[in-house]
Ligand binder design. Structure first.
Ligand SMILES: Nc1ncnc2c1ncn2[C@@H]1O[C@H](COP(=O)(O)OP(=O)(O)O)[C@@H](O)[C@H]1O
Ligand SMILES: [Mg+2]
Ligand SMILES: [Zn+2]
Length: 325
């Protein structure tokens, strides 16, 4: 039973972390996050140097070191500050777009949204990955894209109730314990927000560039700015913004409505000194095809919606720094 083996494999280190977290809280007190534990350890004068040493060791254990991913040429993070702005939909269509624009390229897609994995549904994939003799999970393939997601390892309805460190460790495994093979591009569908998980991904692997997805709405833009600033801080180039759902064109009278505001991302692009890689219209076709697990870039490649994604893919290729072999 490969899934059982993988689950045990994946979960084994968490039980250790969990035990540590539990064992170091005051008796009867709630389990608090490791960061708080560390702060407490630091402020306690009686423990002094040994506490600092312990903190150093714990941080070293908890935070991955940056190491390349052998065989993977370019890693592209698709991020947004906010959830629900179309990040996963963009990640999927961008992955397919790269494969279409850059013929013969090999593309992988990693779903790093451990709490809300969408890739299995969007790529119409289910089932558990096989395990290779090297004890690595084999990605599941559809439409020529190699995919890995926590959704392949747990039941669809199972809630993920892990703490930050467990999630980080899971993401690390999804990156490293997968037989990705040789990839020209690895797209990472990042979880929403700018927390520990996002940071640890950017710090553990060499991300070539980030694509920030936003709607033109103020609330999404505020979070998109945060997302972009985070990447800048950790020296990951922001390749540009994708403005999603900028315009809705009525299929009956062709009247255009800017449901989430008009061109809100333009100002943000100027402020951040980055480009808009493309505008994706709010379109029923995108939502319907996504829900069926047939992304528009493959199911309706001639449609204006698909062409919009293909343009983004072409821009991404243009803006990526040359790979360091
Ligand atoms: N351009 C678009 N037009 C229509 N529906 C879209 C568009 N982009 C995303 N959606 C829909 O919006 C919902 C949220 O998108 P999703 O990609 O899951 O967002 P996120 O990953 O940011 O949470 C999905 O139902 C998706 O099909
Ligand atoms: Mg998503
Ligand atoms: Zn109309």
């Amino acid at each position: 039973m490969p899934l059982m083996r993988i689950c045990t494999e994946v979960l084994q280190p968490y039980t250790r972390i969990w035990r540590w977290t539990k064992s170091s809280v005051p008796v009867g007190g709630p389990a608090v996050c490791v960061r708080k534990q560390l702060c407490r350890a630091e402020s306690s004068s009686s423990t002094g140097k040994s506490a600092q040493e312990r903190q150093r060791q714990l941080m070293a254990r908890g935070l991955p070191k940056q190491r390349p991913m052998p065989g993977v040429k370019q890693i592209i993070a698709v991020a947004s500050g906010k959830g629900g702005v179309g990040k996963s939909t963009t990640a999927v269509n961008l992955a397919l777009g790269l494969a279409a624009v850059c013929k013969n390229s090999t593309v992988g897609l990693l779903d790093a949204d451990v709490y809300g994995p969408s890739i299995p549904k969007l790529m119409n994939l289910r089932g558990s990955p096989e395990v290779t003799t090297e004890n690595q999970m084999r990605p599941l393939m559809n439409y020529g894209i190699a995919c890995m997601s926590m959704g392949f390892l747990i039941e669809e309805s199972a809630p993920v109730v892990w703490r930050g460190l467990m999630v980080m460790s899971a993401v690390e495994k999804l990156l490293r314990q997968v037989a990705w093979g040789n990839l020209d591009y690895l797209i990472i569908d990042m979880p929403p927000g700018t927390g520990d998980v996002q940071l640890s991904i950017t710090q553990s692997i060499p991300v070539s560039g980030a694509v920030i997805v936003t709607t033109p709405q103020d609330l999404a833009l505020i979070d998109a700015r945060r997302g972009a600033e985070m990447f800048k801080k950790v020296n990951v180039p922001v390749l540009g913004l994708v403005q999603n759902m900028n315009v809705f064109r009525c299929p009956k009278c062709h009247h255009e409505t800017h449901i989430f505001g008009e061109d809100g991302a333009q100002q943000l692009a100027l402020d951040l000194d980055v480009e808009i890689l493309g505008d994706i219209p709010l379109h029923l076709n995108i939502r319907e095809k996504s829900d069926k697990g047939q992304p528009v870039v493959v199911s309706d490649p001639e449609s204006p919606e698909a062409i919009a994604y293909l343009r983004v893919a072409a821009k991404v290729i243009e803006r990526l720094p040359a790979p360091t072999d």
